[in-house]
Design a protein around this ligand. Structure first.
Ligand code: FNR
Length: 335
């Protein structure tokens, strides 16, 4: 039940496969005779310096993978010098995660849980800020739960010894319909930015149209994501949607990507197509299940080593040197 909750996607899982397959259709145009004896993988995300452009996507219920859950992920992320996204449906509390030590963490916000009205969200944002989180990633591709058939067959539910810790102790509205956010809209995104001083990212943008609206709404960035193919099946692989979003953003806000990244070469391809950084979801969950904090450290180190090698073999010594000309795609005009 837990494995399939983590691994599977919506409906026919076409997008789930495509998220990875699409990377395999993008090829390199490496440059040679460049001194690659020193390679710099550092970058800056929303003003925070991190060790590499590989970050951890928010994924729910991590104590199902390992008893240390989100706390282990947080420790591994800070040891690697990168950013962790914490899910609204975390099985560790904000305080638990904060007490793992210093680290740059983003909080992923679902804004429409039953009873989660504007009062509760305001309260929650205060807690998130006090717990030292540096940005909010609002997930915008889940107005309803996607249709995952394995979860239905398995009657998936959170094991009884675990609970969702983020909403505990909030004054959740029971009757205040007027104030309740039944379905998230651009109006709510604008409102959210008035009640928090943290930068707001939109997670789950796939089109140029929504990117232009995101810029207009004043958000700090967008994450090209299809929720790990768990929501709407038959949306394109995120790597195939990336360039459209990057063009629409016109360099005014950074564009990030998640979905199907399994290799350092995938990271390189996303950067070549204009991503400012990427997030990994399932690779963290599986390594957490296998080996806890050590496993998550290992997967981050593997991606780091692979990205460094991909850069060396492509003739790039820093992330800035990775260009569109380092890749060829199916939609490129013949040279
Ligand atoms: C997710 N994802 C997700 N996203 C989000 O905004 N809030 C959440 O609570 C979760 N929970 C979650 C659970 C599990 C088990 C998975 C696999 C994914 C989506 C996640 O942030 C990210 O978009 C994808 O996981 C990226 O794709 P890959 O790396 O898993 O292919």
């Amino acid at each position: 039940m837990v494995f399939e909750f983590y691994a599977t996607g919506a409906d026919d899982q076409w997008t789930l496969q495509e998220n990875q397959n699409a990377f395999s259709r993008i090829l390199f145009r490496p440059r040679v005779l460049i001194d690659v004896s020193k390679i710099d993988l550092t970058t800056t995300v929303l003003g925070f310096k991190i060790s590499m452009p590989v970050m951890i996507a928010p994924a729910s219920m991590q104590k199902m993978a390992h008893p240390d859950g989100e706390n282990a992920t947080a420790r591994a992320a800070s040891a690697a010098g990168t950013i962790m996204g914490l899910s609204s449906w975390s099985t560790a509390s904000l305080d638990e995660v904060a007490s793992t030590g210093p680290g740059i963490r983003f909080f992923q916000l679902y804004m429409y849980k039953d009873g989660l009205d504007r009062n509760a969200i305001t309260q929650l944002m205060g807690r998130v800020e006090r717990a030292g989180f540096k940005a909010i990633a609002v997930t915008v591709d889940r107005p309803r739960r996607g249709h995952k058939e394995s979860d239905i067959k398995n009657r998936f539910k959170l094991p009884p010894h675990l609970s969702l810790k983020i909403f505990e102790g909030l004054d959740l509205a029971k009757t205040d319909e007027g104030n309740n956010i039944a379905s998230l809209t651009w109006k709510d995104v604008k409102w959210l930015q008035t009640i928090t001083k943290l930068p707001v990212l939109l997670k789950g943008v796939l089109t140029a149209e929504d990117t232009r609206l995101a810029v207009q709404a004043g958000v700090a960035g967008v994450i090209v994501s299809n929720h790990g193919a768990r929501q709407l099946d038959y949306v394109p692989a995120t790597i195939n949607a990336l360039e459209e979003v990057v063009k629409a953003a016109q360099g005014r806000i950074p564009v990030f990507l998640d979905g199907g990244i399994r290799r350092g070469t995938d990271v390189f391809k996303a950067l070549a197509l204009g991503a400012s950084g990427i997030f990994i979801g399932r690779p963290v969950l599986f390594s957490l299940a296998a080996e806890g904090e050590a496993g998550v450290k290992k997967v981050l180190q593997m991606l780091r080593d692979e990205l460094e090698l991909a850069m060396a073999l492509n003739g790039c010594t820093s992330l800035k040197e990775i260009t569109r000309d380092h890749v060829m795609t199916e939609w490129d005009a013949p040279r």
